[in-house]
Design a protein around this ligand. Structure first.
Ligand SMILES: *Cc1c(COP(=O)(O)O)cnc(C)c1O
Length: 471
């Protein structure tokens, strides 16, 4: 008996199968409107259980492709999810053929990742002394950035683990990625000071007082985390004011710009929301949200390459570089983050920018901001009520402002579920001042105005329907 092979026995048959699969995939993206989220069928686990074999390409087409998360659809505005781009096909196919490990060595990915980071660096207004590393997303980028802050604060911390109690400051609406990062770095989330942000932006007086109180206690303020686009309300900290304070206090300024950093590409007035971001010591941002690139791809951008390397560079002898040959290609990206082995994330960003051009992204980002305002108008025109002002691309509202808070919460949550199940429309929900509200974060280049007006009409109708059925 011969051992089964790990390459196709018939490459031509595979080629034909792949052409068919590609046709299905291109159709699905082109006709994204006909492919909303659908609940996975109950027997999906049986289909997926390992061992059935058979015609895998056909199985992927029939049993995998239909059960996506819905975020390619033009009426998807739940959470904060990007819509995916046709350029991802180009990058995905080439990436599969190359099987690149981007941790280091002398091959094309280094230059491509540098090109992507350099473009982003310029858009964010960082100087040439900056460096970066592509990662899974803002969650990981936050760990990397705050580790760089920690090493700058305590240069020996990589060796001795540190003996000082470090503190971090962020607005009360900060994403829990910062909390997790602070936990992972061993500070403990009790050391994350949540600063009042009544106006949406961190209250500077309260921030200064918190820093002073901690210093008086003998603690060491390590980082201020500014938010550019908070996940619930879409608020932006005053980054220039935070930068002034960070400089005068000698504290690292990190910006969580997961989606909001991309207002840098938008027209005014939205662009001004991130004025001052160029003065940060680090930024965490995502390409897979408001740059619409396929999952996953985020970036940790650090203003000072020396500080970045100080936090991560370390090479055992088997990874020593060389002047030439495959072991050349210095610097290696493994010296800029946690991962040694890394996939080719740069290619999909590069393909996106080269295929569509920067202008197309600027236009789509600006349009999403305009659409959030349009949604707010539609909400009010239907007698429903905004739960917070629209700042950039997030619209929060309640469908039945006349009801008591608890009934509004129940109704809004039911509406979100109903629309997901029956109207191919995805809002998510979040709590604002004790009321569960409907929330749209528009990071979707496929959305057109008519999708928004239809969806808001549907919300109003479903609200009436559900109120009638429960009353
Ligand atoms: C999504 C998000 C994060 C986490 O980013 P991931 O890419 O999901 O890891 C952090 N902060 C904000 C403001 C976000 O919207």
């Amino acid at each position: 008996m011969t051992t089964p092979p790990l390459d196709p026995t018939d490459w031509e048959a595979l080629r034909q199968d792949l052409h068919r699969l590609l046709d299905r995939c291109v159709d699905q993206m082109r006709d994204a409107e006909d492919h909303p989220w659908q609940a996975p069928p109950a027997d999906l686990a049986d289909h997926y259980s390992i061992g059935a074999g058979g015609d895998v390409v056909a199985r992927v087409a029939d049993q995998v492709l239909p059960y996506h998360g819905g975020n390619t659809h033009p009426k998807f505005w739940g959470w904060v999810q990007g819509s995916g781009l046709a350029s991802d096909f180009v990058a995905g196919i080439a990436a599969a053929a190359m099987n690149t490990n981007g941790g280091g060595r002398n091959h094309g990915i280094n230059e491509m990742e540098r090109a992507v980071i350099d473009w982003t660096r310029r858009k964010m207004g960082f100087g040439e002394g900056a460096s970066g590393v592509l990662v899974a997303g803002t969650s990981q980028a936050t760990v990397i950035a705050l580790q760089a802050a920690r090493v700058r604060c305590c240069p020996d911390v990589r060796a001795d683990g540190g003996d000082r109690e470090l503190t971090v400051y962020a607005a009360e609406g900060v994403h829990n990625a910062t909390r997790k990062a602070v936990e992972l770095l061993g500070l403990g989330h009790d050391q994350l000071r949540l600063v009042r942000a009544d106006s949406g932006a961190m209250d500077l007086k309260a921030l200064q007082q918190a820093i002073a109180a901690d210093r008086a206690q003998g603690l060491t303020p390590m980082a201020i985390v500014g938010t550019a686009g908070s996940v619930d309300l879409g608020c932006y900290d005053d980054l220039n004011a935070l930068a002034d304070l960070a400089v005068s206090e000698g504290i690292w300024l990190h910006v969580d710009g997961a989606f909001g950093a991309w207002t840098r590409l938008a027209d005014e007035p939205w662009r001004a929301l991130t004025d001052g971001i160029e003065r940060a010591d680090s930024i965490a941002l995502d390409f897979h949200k408001w740059m619409y690139v396929g999952y996953d791809c985020g970036l940790a951008l650090i203003a000072n390459e020396t500080a970045h390397r100080a936090a991560f560079a370390a090479r055992p002898s088997y990874l020593q570089g060389a002047a030439e040959g495959l072991a050349g290609g210095d610097p290696w990206f493994c010296d800029y983050g946690i991962d040694l082995s890394r996939g080719n994330r740069a290619l999909k960003v590069w393909c996106a920018l080269e295929m569509f051009g920067e202008e197309a992204f600027s236009a789509a980002i600006t349009r999403n901001c305009v659409q959030a305002c349009y949604m707010a108008d539609q909400v009010q025109a239907h007698g429903m009520k905004l739960a917070a002002p629209v700042v950039s691309n997030i619209c929060l509202f309640t469908a039945a402002p006349d009801l008591p808070a608890d009934q509004q919460s129940v109704l809004n949550a039911k509406i979100a579920t109903h629309l997901q199940l029956h109207n191919a429309t995805v809002f998510s929900t979040t709590d604002v001042n004790g009321v569960t509200c409907l929330r749209a974060a528009i990071t979707n280049h496929r959305t057109r105005d008519h999708h928004i007006s239809e969806a808001i009409t549907d919300v109003a109708n479903v609200a009436q329907l559900l109120k009638g059925s429960s009353g």
